[in-house]
Design a protein around this ligand. Structure first.
Ligand code: NI
Length: 249
């Protein structure tokens, strides 16, 4: 699979450059010179990646639509970045899943309505991003219920899915909460990188059929990365579905 390999090598290159940058920083090398070096290296690899894709190898471009992937966005909605994301998704005809925080739902009811109107799936992410496995079970259930109630008041539909913050979940919660937990298989680490190209490269190097990708629509770079990921995966023949379509019992 030349294409996947190419992307993987690109990812490796990124890591190597990062290490090199650290070393050069220690040696006190000029930052502009270093920037040119990095751009040349990354640009060179980027062009090679495109050539591989255009070459039409079977792994590079598939148009049979059999590969599915779900983009999921946690912690929103955000009054600037979520709007931009919704516009970008709509332009591309792509549906995603939004795990909303109750406190942000309360602040942005019009945005919640817009997400629902766009045909996206809305899930519960707790009221204040609590680690559900810490603290009183009763309080955690209240946080989830309060959030579900708010979402239902706005959209007319109570969420059926919960994304526990930090992926923290246990048997007690499983028993007490009437929502299905949804985790992820590809972590974009967007909150850490805050760099669209880096986030997109990381996700595109890992993603495969049936993956659920974790992102956050509360950062500008995440929105840029998400749309870059969408464009590339559409080219690779992927179909974007909501997370409920990829859950296996
Ligand atoms: Ni979160």
């Amino acid at each position: 699979m030349p294409f996947r390999q190419a992307v993987w090598e690109l990812e490796m290159e990124g890591t190597m450059i990062k290490e090199a940058r650290k070393l050069l920083a220690v040696w006190g090398v000029d930052a502009v010179l270093l920037g040119v070096l990095i751009c040349t290296a990354l640009g060179g690899r980027g062009r090679w990646e495109e050539r591989e894709a255009d070459a039409g190898g079977e792994a590079a471009v598939r148009t049979d639509g059999e590969k599915s992937v779900a983009l999921t966005f946690d912690d929103g909605p955000h009054q600037i970045y979520t709007w931009r994301l919704l516009d970008g998704l709509q332009e591309r005809g792509v549906k995603a899943t939004f795990f909303l925080m109750g406190a942000n739902v309360r602040e942005n009811p019009d945005l919640v309505l817009e997400i629902a109107a766009g045909g996206h799936l809305i899930g519960n992410h707790g009221y204040r991003h609590e680690d559900m496995t810490k603290g009183e079970l009763e309080g955690m259930c209240e946080s989830i219920e309060k959030t579900s109630k708010l979402i239902q008041e706005i959209t007319g539909k109570a969420p059926e899915y919960v994304r526990p913050p930090y992926g923290s979940w246990n048997d007690d919660l499983e028993e007490a909460v009437d929502l299905t937990p949804v985790f992820w298989s590809v972590d974009s680490l967007d909150w850490k990188y805050q760099d669209a190209d880096q986030i997109a490269r990381r996700v595109l190097a890992q993603v495969d059929d049936g993956d659920i990708i974790l992102m956050h629509d509360i950062f500008s770079a995440s929105v840029d990365a998400a749309l870059e990921i969408v464009d590339t995966l559409l080219d690779r023949g992927y179909t974007f579905v909501t997370a409920d379509e990829l859950l296996v019992d």
